[in-house]
Design a protein around this ligand. Structure first.
Ligand code: ZN
Length: 489
């Protein structure tokens, strides 16, 4: 059996409606994780869908209660072939955001899958049910093609609370660090950079939200009686903000900037189609850090955004000097930024600029991660996909947004490769969420190639990423006693 024949068989199953039926059944579970109203569906999705499908593939499954009281459960699963073999850890989430049932277009419903214009509509189609359905189907086919012997071990960490900020995920990863030990993290979530290009991403930017406020007095004062003799907090706050971020969006606080973009990251960014035509929206060429390309500004650098800006009553302006002004700002940042010292840097900057009265408060934050594009596993994944698909994937060093990748990259210390099976227009988290049929179909072939090649050779046993098997070059079963055959390519 070859990769080509495994992929043919998968594609036949897909074209005969097998995947659509599988996805449709998943979408029928209303696995909304915010609040507790849908806890029965959350539990049923694990018990009736995920546990049976993994058990049938030879996994041992264990459902874990969330260490955070009231949080949704986790699933740990393991398919063990041998201690000397490489181990891949994968991940998915079965929960979804609210259905927003009333907001969907006519004829569409979040809980009943509908095919329309080459896409499957339904809540979770793209985020994340369609994506883990692709991965489990590809894995099942490769197991069958290899007569039950993959040549490596597979572990699964599956959660049901991603859409409510993954409560308990970090605690579970720490508590089960030994059980989750692996050589590679490989999973799917988020969008491709553009619909037609297979993409891998290697981490995500981090985010920290902070509040700036100036409370001058407990009440607003008549602007005719007091204007000109009392300070206006909205004016002061505007000037304070303008010292942090310039007229054209450039960050003015040195401590909030990242280190120089590494050369290998810069090289990958240069190949990415980040422009108005590909994004379908005009981008501002003169915004952000001068001297950087749009891809570097979006994915290789930090941005400081003002999320909210408030003083007085916007709906009913009165002639008064407001007593208080407040803004929420957000720093999106790449690896290497000292975001843990943000409060200190912003405080020092405001003091030096003459704004000791403006207060700084951190609201929330999550770290940035990024595996080096030169990592052997990254090059292995890139070559595997290129060999199978006839074109290289786009390599995005990190998502512009944030996924809980620090759990895998930092707590578990793994090289992380994400292979998204969605696209930027998928409307995840909004009404009319959908998954293009073509993206799912191609995703199956991409994942089959990766799951196949893991059993042929891996960059570690092959002694470096340069020496590795080519997709489809290994006919016949993998040696079951000495581990994956190292086939120099
Ligand atoms: Zn989501």
């Amino acid at each position: 059996m070859s990769l080509e024949s495994a992929t043919r068989s998968l594609t036949r199953w897909f074209d005969d409606g097998g995947f659509a039926a599988d996805l449709s059944r998943r979408i029928g579970y209303r696995t909304v994780s915010q609040g507790t109203a849908h806890r029965a569906d959350i539990d049923a999705y694990l018990a009736e869908v995920v546990v049976p499908e993994l058990t049938a593939m030879g996994f041992t499954c264990r459902v874990l209660a969330n260490p955070v009281p009231g949080g949704p459960p986790f699933l740990l699963a393991e398919r063990h072939e041998g201690g000397h073999r490489p181990t891949v850890l994968t991940y998915g989430h079965g929960d979804v955001v609210d259905g927003q049932d009333a907001l969907w277009s006519a004829g569409l419903d979040p809980w009943t899958m509908t095919e329309r214009d080459g896409a499957w509509y339904g809540r979770g189609a793209a985020d994340n049910k369609g994506q883990h359905a692709v991965n489990f189907a590809a894995l099942r086919e490769v197991i069958a093609a290899r007569q039950g012997s993959l040549g490596y071990n597979v572990k699964v960490l599956f959660e049901m609370g991603e859409e409510c900020s993954s409560p308990g995920l970090r605690e579970v990863a720490r508590a089960h660090e030994d059980e989750l030990r692996a050589d590679l993290f490989l999973a799917s979530d988020g969008p491709r950079l553009v619909e037609e290009s297979p993409t891998i991403f290697l981490g995500s930017r981090g985010s920290v939200v902070f509040e700036l406020s100036y409370s001058a007095r407990e009440t607003a004062l008549h602007s005719g009686n007091w204007g000109g003799i009392v300070a206006n907090p909205a004016v002061v706050l505007s000037h304070a903000i303008s010292g942090l971020v310039g007229r054209r969006g450039r960050i003015e606080v040195a401590g909030l900037l990242p280190p120089e973009i590494p050369e290998d990251v810069r090289t990958e960014l240069a190949a990415l189609p980040i422009d108005s035509a590909h994004l379908g929206r005009r981008i501002d060429e003169d915004w952000g850090q001068p001297g950087l390309t749009p891809a570097e500004r979006l994915l290789g650098w930090n941005t400081l955004e003002v999320l909210t800006l408030h003083a007085g009553d916007d709906a009913k302006p009165v002639n008064a000097v407001p007593g208080t002004a407040r803004a929420h700002c957000q720093l999106r940042f790449v690896v290497g930024t000292r975001w843990d010292r943000l409060q200190e840097y912003v405080r020092a900057h405001l003091d030096a600029a003459g704004f000791p009265e403006v207060e700084v408060r951190i609201v929330r934050g999550s770290p940035a991660t990024r595996v080096s594009p030169g990592d052997p596993w990254v090059r292995w994944a890139k070559t595997s996909i290129e060999d199978a698909m006839g074109r290289p994937p786009l390599v995005n060093p990190n998502l512009g947004g944030t996924v809980p990748n620090d759990v895998f990259a930092e707590i578990l210390g793994l090289p992380t490769v994400w292979v998204p099976h969605s696209y930027p227009g998928c409307r995840q988290h909004g009404p009319d969420e959908h998954l293009p049929v073509a993206v799912a179909r191609e995703g199956l072939a991409v994942m089959a190639a990766l799951f196949w090649n893991l059993g042929v050779t891996d960059p570690i046993t092959a002694g470096g990423a340069g020496a590795r098997g080519r997709a489809g070059s290994a006919d016949g079963p993998v040696d079951s006693t000495t581990g994956p055959a190292a086939t120099p390519g």
